[in-house]
Design a protein. Sequence first.
Length: 247
Amino acid sequence: MPEIAIVVPARLASTRFPRKLLYEIKGKPLLLWTAQRIAAEAPDLPLYFAVDELTLGNLLSAHGYESIITSKSHPSGTDRIAEANEKIGADFVINVQADEPMVTGRQIRALADLIRSGADMATLATPFRREEDFHDSNKVKVVLDEKGRALYFSRSPIPFARDRKGFVDAAWFEENPAFWHLGLYAYSADFLENFRNLTPGRLEKIEKLEQLRALENGFTIAVGITQDKSVGVDTPEDAAAFESLLG
């Protein structure tokens, strides 16, 4: 059984971008872009995909990746990973989202260090630079305490600049760092087992953010700050932005 493994939760349904993991970018499905990126950036860690349909499993196996079929009924990717880890048996699990095709080895190593340090759960964030990103509900915000632990995650712009009536610019970000949460996590096996036995929380259901279930139940989430750029593909416009980076 591995000490630490990467598990990518992958489901075919997507409300904002239907069947996006099969969406082809330069002739290759998004899911394969992510798989190949992880394999190149973290070749020393075992890689698994927790999928909800054979369509995804067959695509991955045809390209040499290992997948585990999990229940379609999971309310979040973390629940899906918890089921998959029953078979994998890793002590620690790193969750890279299937729609994060620009993940870096530095980000994966940062998560590994955070979760080995004794945190219940760990994740990453990067500073906001542009107002339009800060006000985009698809770009999740996180606010931190003095020890770098998450206080709250939201789709709304937090912290809210009351004296400026919410208007912010590059100069404001320099004085008041605000953080964009990236879809990367790490967990201990014990935390995963506890998490899957918790009922989805009220705030989790409102914001549609699974990490809020951990906070609502008293778990701590360590947050590492990364300067590496990330392109999470939530919409067709995000897919076009990723494609433009490929040249």
